[in-house]
Ligand binder design. Sequence first.
Ligand code: CA
Length: 647
Amino acid sequence: MRKILTAALIAATILSASAQSPVSGPDGRLKVSVSADARYSVSYDGIQVLESSALGFKANLGDYSKLSFTEEKASQLDQTYKMETIKSSVVNYKANVCVYTFQNSEGKKVDVEFRVSNNDIAFRYLLPREGAPGGVRIFEETTAFKLPQGTVSFLTPQSDAMIGFARTKPSYEEFYYLEKPLTEKSEYGHGYTFPCLFKTADNAWVLISETGVDSRYCGSHLSDWDAAKGYTIAFPLPEENNGEGDTGAAFSIPGATPWRTITVGLDLAPIAETTVAWDVVEQLYEPSIDYKFGRSTWSWILWQDPSINWDDLVAYIDLAAAMGYEYTLVDAYWDRNLGYDKMEELIQYAASKNVGVWLWYSSSGWWNDIPQSPKDNLTTAVSRKKEMAWMKKAGVKGIKVDFFGGDKQQTLRYYEDILSDANDYGLMCIFHGATLPRGWERMYPNFVGSEAVRASENMVFNQNDCNLEPEFACLHPFIRNTVASMEFGGSFLQRRLNRNPNRGPRRMTTDVFQLALAVLYQNPVQNFALAPTNLTDGTSEVCLDFMRAVPTTWDETRLIDGYPGKFVTMARRHGNTWYIVSLNGTLENPMKLDLSAICRKLGLDAGVSSIKVYTGGNDAVVSAKLPAKAVDVAPTDAVVAVITPWR
Ligand code: CA
């Protein structure tokens, strides 16, 4: 009898271990299974993409890393939202939701909410208010991502803190390491910066990131690989922010952690087209004005620090006016070189040419040693509001804030404080030397974009970055730029990246490649790297005409084809017009491009009112008809097609 009872008990335990319903996307292909001991696994069309991986965290309220299941609640979401600042202007988000409730060994409860759409999973922890405590401090997360054996990675390392130029790292400008085994140790030993791309042995693509990170949490990244656990969520380093501030997170309860996101596809279209970073977050405040996005000139990128003077800045304002651009960006040291009164005069001059002015500010502060000014104006609410009141009076349109301290919660709070105050004064914000934006385009309506990438300035500084440009350009649509706007500052039309045309690093990609980047890189305000000399030095009129007309906001984005670091063909629609760009990032292999087939795929075969096809590399030509057959795109070259159908 006793034996039979034991067997019955084991059967009951097994039953409860598998009692939780899996949650699948609406089309049933992406599936998350959750076990009774709070582990989860993921499959797509039956192909395992994450093996049994841990959920949980350790907090001041207790250890939530060993949990047992108590109940579950399923529901559905079907929401449509509009955004001007991301890859698509109207997004319909359909997901199946399941909230699994667990308890720890002390009987304390935690919910794990999973939202699963056709290609995206987002999950987070929710803590109820139980008894007296008003808040929680999270010390570490045990959340893991155990990719199957044989998976290869496409990753950029999380940097050491307080190293590099004036001790400004991490600045999220590291190199990429492609097709490495999971066991590869990261460059600094701190793991990898989000987003993280993987390809399994079964050729499934997996992108892991996070979103909805605001003042109520720290920014996270992935640890190095652990054979038993996989990758785990890693918190900021203690050394960040000059060693000041906690590495964990604290928030009021009831409350929730940010979303961890997993995007899965059997090809790269779901990776390049995902909107999960915005699907699961909410706008945190109303825009105070109707923010206008557009194109901008930027003297610093080619002419550097000496260009922050009246005459050069006027030349860049005149360039913006000649190109029909909405803005110009004035970089560091304007306070020292021009001063506030002269800046007001410059802003008035720009306004007389219908050009709005953005101003550079240092974020710091005491978390690095940078000399660039203005500095210390934004660090406290008191000084910030005084400065922003002046900006509003002077007619400044936006600010570029540079050199942040890392991912600690105090820094995430600082981003939010700047954005929220800037909105009160009708100012847009871009961030450089800054972390990955995590859902911020939707959360903060005056947020425009962040650098958080090895951007164009490195090409001006180093030949090596010019050599890497073709390969890296073909990474960003699948990694950095797919989860957030990317303030790259590109599209050079000079051959050498210096004010002196006979000096500086040599650009290795063609002019048409640079035109393609204006479409490929998505940021709702683009600081293009054109120079006033482009109007007089024989720069191709074909290219200048393209740069005059190219938009910076998109209604739809479709990946046609591509492979990270090798090539990419992407189509973006602005209004009724499709911009198709095809870039070859390799150094040796030509690629075939069949524009007619792409047009059929986009439904453009019913007749078009206008076609412009840009080819010819450094001798750019524009043609008013599609090539009769597939064409070769040479290494480091690109083809751009601009097609407007009959309405
Ligand atoms: Ca930078």
